[in-house]
Structures are given as structure tokens and as C-alpha cells.
Design a protein around this ligand. Sequence first.
Ligand code: ASP
Length: 324
Amino acid sequence: MQHKNIVILGTGGTIAGKAASASDNIGYTAAQVGVTQLVAAIPALAAAGHLLVEQVAQIDSKDMTFAVWAHLAERVHYFLARDDVQGVVITHGTDTLEETAYFLQTVLDPAKPVVLTCAMRPATSLVPDGPQNVMDALAVAGHAGARGVTAVCAGVVHSALDVQKVHSYQLDAFSSGDAGPVAYVEEGALRVLRDWPLGQQKRGLHAIELVALLVEAAAGGTWPRVEIVMNYAGASGAVVDALCHAGVQGLVVAATGNGTLHHDLEAALLRAQSQSVSIVRATRCVNGRVLSKPGEALADSRGLSPVKARIALMLRLMLSGSQA
Ligand code: ASP
């Protein structure tokens, strides 16, 4: 039987990090080891063949940019369109992994698997977690029936729609919250628990057209400006007013509880909305979602976390601008 290729795209992160000492798991520099070298260091992978490897970026994911996102979306789209490609694995930092996953899922809604993976310990660690995570990600990418964008860490497969980094240090750093994981990877085999991610939004553009728009917007610096503000004890409208003054096009508010807002912050958001700034209300709670009551003046994020609601709003504003 002819085996299809699995593509591994490198973007940096701790998985490619280096520390001066093998016992140091926090004092390292991310994004130092090339993805080809990472793959070569895993003997089982090097022997398996059928891998295409490409370095798309080499960054600490805390420094993610729109330009890297646009380039990554373009490369993933390119490889997925090839008949000889079964799926794509992306090595990525953990800090903004959930944002990249949601971004790719929303833009591409791929019928083939796109699997982000990562590490909490650098490549130089005495016991690094990256190699096993890459092996597990390849198992997902090669699994018949897998589709959409997922994240794999510590043997757990999360949907791009639900995944969140929930721990700053432990190896099992991600959670799917209420939704639960899509699958577990056990010795290279998948125990699938629920459906693979499917795109939620209908839109007029094909993925290829949207990717071209993103590349153009990143190059031209025209990506819509959407910021996140938060509700907390003593919150005021000052930050919202300042952002409106600076020309922000959209705001996501990480509200308390079920979308509640300090009345001063709420008044500023309503003012901003009346000046055509798009406002979306998400919750800063890790689990649950904002359940809107009839007649609410501020739209809710439809279950998206604040960072994912921001991406959804940026894409919506970009599309409405392109169709205006
Ligand atoms: N700062 C790193 C990054 O996001 C953290 C990690 O990968 O775990 O690239």
C-alpha cells in the first residue's frame, strides 16, 4: 500500500528550547532547535519515513504575530491540498497554542487532520516531554477518520474550539473544560471519545481566498485592531475610552461570571458600541459560557474564551471590510 506523507511544520516554542543545564526546565530560551533536528532526535520517527518537514517560523509563541499566522495558514493550506499528504503536525509554543489552533480551524476548517503539539520542558531537559508529544501528534495525524484542528499534549487530544492552557508548569498543561477531550493517545493508538472539530461559521469566501486576504492584511498592517479588556473589582471605563480614542475597531470584554460587568465599564462599552466599535462579551471563568438573557445590549461570545472571541471578531471585521 502506498503510504501518504505527514507534514511536520516547525514554529518554535519550548519544544525547540535550549537551557544551559539539563536540570533546568524553566531558565531556557525557546525556539532554538530546528524542526529537522527535533525530528531527527526521535529515532522512531527518523526510521518511519513518509515525513515532510518545514520550518515555518522560529519564535517563542508569546511573540506570535499576524504575519506568522498568515504564513502558517498559507503553508498548512498548501500541504493539505496535496493528494500525497495525509495530515499536518505543527510544533508550537504552549503560550498561544490555543489561539493558533482556533485561528487555523476557523480559517481552514480542514477535512484532513491538523495537529498542534508542544512541550512544557525544553529539548535539553533531562526528561523532555516534546518527543512523546510529537509521536502522539503523528498518531493523530495518521488516524483514519481524524479531521479538523486539534492540539495534543500529554497524551490528550483537544479540539481547537475548546482547548485552553490551564497550567503554567505541569506537563499536562491543557484542558478542554466542560467539553472534554476528543481522544486519548495510548501507545500510538487512539481512544476516540467524541466528534472531531467542525467549522462553526458559514462564510462567503473559500479558505484559499481567506488565506490570501490574511497574507495581504498582515503585509499591509491592515489586520483589524481588536483588544481585550477585563472586568474586576473597581473596574472603570478608562481603558475602553482610551482604546476607542486610539481607534480600536473591536473589543472583547472578559466579563466576570455569566457576563457581568461593573456598571462603569458597562457604560463605557455601550458608549463604544454606539460609536460603531464591535463589542463581544466573554467570561473570564475557565469553565462555562456566557448565557445571554433576552434583550441584552452586548453580544455574547457563543462559548468562546476571550482570546478566541478576539480572533473570531478580527476575522469577522476583516471579512466585513473585504466585502464592503
Ligand atoms: N513561551 C513558550 C512558548 O509559548 C512556552 C512553551 O512553549 O511552553 O513558546
